[in-house]
Write a protein that binds this ligand. Structure first.
Ligand code: HEC
Length: 136
């Protein structure tokens, strides 16, 4: 019984450690992911359209955060600054969009909701707005 209890506690703390590792600045596997879509004008334009449809109501039309229909107190961050709490490379931004940042936040992933290519277009669009950061 005591052994079983210790096992459960060990399992729970492992989950906690894993979660906090992800919280502190990015995702090692995602960092190695290369953006397969060149950042052309056409890609940025396609990304802007997809952003407007799927993201603007939470992140704002100008991507500066706190869009008009964001759930109360969810505070979607600006996607135009150099702060990327989930990692700043194209691969990490892509992964945050695909997998979402739940349960930490209200943002659910967009996996299966649009083609990967469209998500890369969004990454290129967001990159076109903000300052250059690591990994680009
Ligand atoms: C329901 C509201 C909502 C929608 C819709 C939404 N987001 Fe988010 N998003 C959030 C919140 C809240 C966070 C903050 C969570 C965090 O920083 O971990 C977030 C975080 C992010 C991050 C991580 C930012 C960072 O600093 O690491 C990215 C990138 C992102 N969103 C992009 C998008 C894109 C692109 C779309 C559309 C395809 C989208 N989001 C749709 C609410 C939303």
């Amino acid at each position: 019984m005591g052994y079983f209890k210790a096992l459960i506690i060990a399992a729970i703390s492992l989950v906690a450690v894993t979660a906090s590792a992800q919280n502190s600045g990015g995702n090692a596997a995602a960092r190695t992911l290369k953006n397969p879509v060149p950042s052309t004008e056409a890609s940025v334009t396609a990304g802007a359209a997809a952003y407007k449809k799927y993201c603007a109501f939470c992140h704002g039309a100008d991507a500066k955060g706190n869009g008009p229909l964001a759930p109360k107190d969810s505070n979607p961050p600006s996607l135009t600054d150099a702060t990327w709490t989930n990692g700043s490379t194209d691969g990490e931004i892509f992964t945050a969009i695909v997998n979402g940042t739940a349960p930490k936040s209200v943002m659910v992933g967009f996996k299966g909701k649009m083609p990967d290519q469209d998500i890369w277009h969004i990454v290129n669009f967001l990159r076109s707005l903000g300052p250059k950061t690591a990994g680009r």
